[in-house]
Design a protein around this ligand. Structure first.
Ligand SMILES: [Zn+2]
Ligand SMILES: [Zn+2]
Length: 89
């Protein structure tokens, strides 16, 4: 019975800027949840990848930012963390 419930929880991985991947846990340094329902999924645009406030400031000078903000509801494939690859200073 316990096993059935555990399988319902989708296991996620976190990725560092260097590409290193680790299972998502709050114990990772600078861990940020980017899954569905996270802050990331609510404030990042599905179409252009920029955040909500960047869209408000956008005056058609930056073509990388789209005209209508659409939240990335499905979230990102990976959460993010920092593995220490560039030092800790
Ligand atoms: Zn956008
Ligand atoms: Zn790293």
């Amino acid at each position: 019975m316990m096993n059935e419930q555990e399988q319902m929880v989708k296991i996620r991985n976190a990725r560092c800027i260097c590409g290193k991947i680790a299972p998502s846990t709050d114990n990772l340094a600078f861990f940020k949840d980017r899954g569905p329902g996270s802050d990331y999924s609510r404030y990042i645009c599905e179409k252009c990848g920029y955040n909500m406030s960047a869209h408000r400031r956008n005056l058609d000078k930056n073509s990388l930012i789209c005209t209508s903000f659409t939240p990335l509801e499905s979230g990102h494939d990976y959460d993010s963390y920092y593995c220490g690859c560039r030092g800790w200073d």
